[in-house]
Write a protein of this length. Structure first.
Length: 313
């Protein structure tokens, strides 16, 4: 039950961050997409505003985010409501998923670090995975407002949009990780150790060579700081780009054949089928990649040389 509570807290944190980032930026992007009228083909680049609650602009990607969070939290509560010694059904699946993730992460970042960070990495994997898969359900991105075009109807403002096909959501998750990463780094290394880890010289040197190495590693530390600051950008764009491109590819495959009308309707159902299986795999891989990158980034900052470790403890 404690794991369920940590998952709940993590998802609420992701959703809150997504709302904060999306309240302004998503509205501007959605307005731009809505102004394209019949010129746009494929998923709009920006999320579309579908409502407004007390000044909070609600977009179609927010709705999907909330649906995923509520559904997974509800399933976790059902699966762990009546725990049995010999698990079965939903409890069996949930325990298998959590234990598999725990063993997998423990083999990468170690038992000590996984105790501190597992709640985040497990939550982010499950959340990203089911957001990716939910966006593949027929109707997500294809039902909404639009205008007649030719012998059909073109959706220009979809009612639902894949959560990770919105840059605001992926950036929110990356920023939440960045905050957690900073806290974990300070907890493990301390303020002095954190700075020493970035700028301190590695290896045993003496004399003039040691002075030279200090200058070199200060320059390397500055480059490392720049790299760290760009990590949220790279994390968010990697996930967003893959999911956004995948959804556009599915729409392009569905519209591959335009004439004759009977073949167009048949092809729009049959041709995308193999690509749907591909996107199921892509959704799993991207969730795994996001979790692995964030865990490795954490491992790198929380692991230091023996000499440094002796100086810290």
């Amino acid at each position: 039950m404690s794991l369920t509570k940590t998952l709940l807290a993590a998802w609420l944190l992701f959703v809150a961050a997504g709302i904060a980032l999306g309240a302004g930026a998503e509205h501007a992007a959605g307005a731009g997409a809505a102004g394209e009228h019949g010129e746009h083909h494929g998923l709009p680049a920006g999320a579309v505003e579908v409502g407004n609650f007390l000044g909070l602009r609600i977009t179609n990607s927010m709705v999907v985010t909330w649906c995923v969070a509520v559904a997974v939290i509800f399933f976790a509560q059902i699966a762990t409501r009546r725990m049995r010694e010999v698990p079965e059904g939903a409890q069996n699946f949930w325990e298998w998923l959590v234990e598999s993730l725990h063993e997998f992460l423990e083999g990468i970042i170690g038992s000590d670090l996984v105790k501190r960070t597992f709640w985040f990495f497990a939550s982010i994997f499950i959340f990203v995975l089911f957001c990716n898969w939910l966006s593949l359900i027929p109707g997500v991105g294809t039902i909404g407002w639009g205008a007649p075009r030719g012998d059909g109807f073109q959706v220009q403002q979809p009612l639902l949009r894949g959560a990770n096909a919105d840059l605001n959501m992926t950036l929110a998750m990356a920023m939440v990780f960045f905050v957690c990463w900073t806290i974990w780094a300070l907890q493990v290394n301390g303020p002095g150790g954190f700075i020493l880890h970035l700028f301190g010289p590695k290896g045993d040197t003496t004399g003039a060579l040691k002075v030279l190495m200090i200058l070199v590693f200060i320059a390397v530390g500055l480059l490392e700081v720049v790299s760290i600051l760009f990590r949220p950008v790279s994390l968010s764009f990697r996930l967003y780009g893959n999911i956004f491109a995948g959804e556009n590819m599915l729409e392009a495959m569905a519209a591959l054949i335009q004439e004759p009308a009977w073949l167009k309707h048949l092809a729009s159902v049959i041709i995308p089928i193999p690509f749907y299986f591909l996107e199921v795999l892509v959704g799993l891989v991207q969730a795994l990649v996001f979790m692995l990158l964030t865990s490795v980034f954490t491992l790198l900052i929380c692991t230091h040389e023996e000499g440094h470790q002796e100086g810290h403890h």
